[in-house]
Design a protein around this ligand. Sequence first.
Ligand code: BJW
Length: 241
Amino acid sequence: MQPGPIVILTGAGISAESGLGTFRDAGGIWSKYDLADVATPQGYAADPGLVLSFYNARRANAAAARPNPAHRALARLAAGWAPGVTLITQNIDALHETAGHRDVWHMHGRLDRAQCAACGHTWPWTGDMTRADGCPTCAAVGRVRPDVVWFGEVPYHLDEIAAVLARAAMFVAIGTSGTVYPAAGFVAEAARHGARTLEINLEPSEVSRLFDDRILGTASEAVPRWVDSLLGVGGPQGPHG
Ligand code: BJW
């Protein structure tokens, strides 16, 4: 490809091989929970205890998880691709950062941050969240929630994302089903501005037909191979033969 800025969007599939569940695959999170109960502001208002325990369990799982070769390969790409890499993730885990990736845009928020439902203040968080916790800014008690983006809420970084999609030479989506907007619309937006587009996924996503190129496979195998090919490693004499 022509050297130029690369924009990467990751979804739950990149963390699947680190032991964190996806949402919509068989046995995924939405087969065990109704998303309206745990991933909407209305669900939180109706039963905050259920929502806090859902995210407490996911925070504990994420804290125990380790990055896999796909996370590490993207960190290597960001360090080695001179025209620049922007990493946008829909994931609320910190596995990209643990793999050494700096400046990750978490468009659906982060498990390791809290948000006050009363005043909107956000701050770092570790451990379980309870109904007894209070906001350090407005002192409201019982209004602390995870700083994650639920259905009907506006994702983070949208203005910056629009700007990088308009300048991208390449847009790559990894391990995301293409069912949740606005993220599912990024491929069309990048293509409209002239980017070459690539999907890396276990199976075709809902928006697969919009991509120029597709690699079907597990993220832990396909992503390092793709990164090696971009960085010029793994030619005929290289690690992938
Ligand atoms: C592997 C693999 C392996 C497995 N290797 N691959 C039409 C247009 C625009 C918006 C809407 C619309 N209709 C409705 C809406 C609104 C709504 C929406 O999109 N609804 C859909 C259900 C239709 N969107 C919203 O409400 C969003 N906000 C919004 O639109 O605000 C309005 C606005 C926008 C723009 C400007 C101004 C205003 C907010 C969406 C919030 C999503 N929140 C969640 C939960 C919170 C975070 C959390 O708890 O973790 O975010 S839902 C859930 O889905 C989570 C994820 O980030 C998100 C995406 O899921 P993802 O990552 O794609 O996972 P899966 O499981 O779906 O897919 C996994 C993939 O991996 C699969 O394809 C597998 O094949 C693959 N895979 N193993 C490689 N080893």
